[in-house]
Design a binder for this molecule. Structure first.
Ligand code: UT7
Length: 330
């Protein structure tokens, strides 16, 4: 039997600065028409100079904590999903704790690339099962603009900066916030080289005086990632539905990772969720990495796309490869 937990509050943040497709036309050899046709993305948000992953995470977290009716002092654990922490040490989660004015609690980073939010949510499910008083702050935040090669037209058109957050408590029963019914996670290291950021890590260490090369930025075999993203998110979503006794007809809203509108539409079609029940905001934010799923969920909820009582299927895919799905009853 699956262990449930509750999303007591959710929140999001995206920087004000907009980078449109026509702005990108001035940076690289691309067109608005190509970007919209191939990705559905029209604009993305970019963090201002000096704004960090933890700065954005603090804003999304504050919203989630307030929506849960808690104060930062109530939080017992911080899990930060990110591949772009402010620094390796101190960890991003303690940088976030500093901004929230929280200390003396467990705080750690989790890197599962774009799937990080669901990975952290599953950990929060375990923590709240062990400790029924736990109030786990699960925040996903990435400033991929810092790891984007702005000379590479195959990647720089895709990504944006944002944060999404949820406060997770032990199961409060039906009708209290979002009830997480089940989560499935997976990975396949064989495909690691398809999507990488190597530079500055032990496989490609920084050496003083050496120039920062392309390895420091996102490198991606887009076609391969695309195929696997569609296959993996579809397969794990169908498996998750089946093991909980649901069919695609039971799903009210699909909230997929917002990498590319073509991927989103293909996943919806293959799972069997009608297009009008699939939430899309990639057109306005691009691919915001780990933040993508909670950013979409929070916006879908606040705009009434997700309504109380809805069965929501979330699914994510990212570098590693890593992927996952979650079922939430709002
Ligand atoms: O978060 C999870 C990770 N990310 C993803 O899930 C992204 C997955 N991949 C994708 O979304 C798509 O593969 C892309 C949007 C990255 C690329 O779309 P595509 O339809 O797979 O295009 P392609 O890579 O096969 O490139 C087609 C052509 C190429 O030219 P040639 O070789 O046919 O002459 C590219 O050089 O389009 C060219 N191209 C561009 N042209 C104008 C690539 N990028 C651009 C660009 N503007 N920005």
């Amino acid at each position: 039997m699956s262990i449930h937990c509750t999303l007591a509050g959710i929140g999001r943040y995206a920087p004000d600065k907009i980078l449109s497709n026509s702005d990108l036309e001035k940076l690289v050899d691309t067109t608005d028409e190509w970007i919209v046709t191939r990705t559905g993305i029209r604009e993305r948000r970019i963090a201002d100079e000096g704004m960090t992953t933890a700065d954005m995470a603090a804003k999304a977290s504050a919203m989630a904590i307030e929506n849960a009716g808690f104060t930062p002092e109530d939080i017992t654990h911080i899990l930060l999903a990110t591949l772009t922490p402010d620094s390796a040490v101190p960890p991003g989660a303690t940088s976030l704790a500093l901004r929230l004015g929280i200390k003396h609690i467990a705080a750690m980073d989790v890197n599962a690339a774009c799937s990080g939010f669901l990975y952290c949510l599953d950990l929060a499910r375990a923590i709240t099962h062990m400790d029924s008083d736990a109030k786990v702050l699960v925040t996903a935040s990435d400033t991929l603009s810092h790891r984007t090669n702005w000379d590479d037209r195959t990647t720089c058109i895709l990504f944006g900066d944002a944060s999404g957050s949820a406060v997770v408590t032990a199961d409060q029963g039906p009708g209290k916030g979002g009830r997480v019914l089940d989560i499935m996670l997976s990975s396949d290291p064989a495909w690691g080289p398809m999507l990488t950021v190597h530079g500055g890590y032990s496989g490609h260490p920084y050496k003083k005086g050496q120039p920062i090369d392309d390895e420091y930025f996102i490198q991606m075999q887009g076609r391969e990632v695309y195929k696997h993203a569609v296959r993996s998110m579809t397969a794990i979503s169908l498996e998750l539905l089946a093991r909980n006794g649901y069919t695609p007809d039971d799903v009210d809203v699909l909230v997929p990772h917002q990498a590319n509108v073509r991927i989103i539409e293909a996943v919806g079609k293959k799972i069997g969720v009608p297009r009008e029940q699939v939430f899309v905001n990639a057109d306005r934010y691009g691919n915001t990495s780990a933040a993508s799923a909670p950013l979409a969920m929070s916006e879908a909820y606040d705009t009434g796309f997700i309504k109380p009582g809805h069965l929501v299927l979330m699914t994510t895919f990212g570098g590693g490869f890593t992927w996952g799905s979650a079922l939430v009853r709002f």
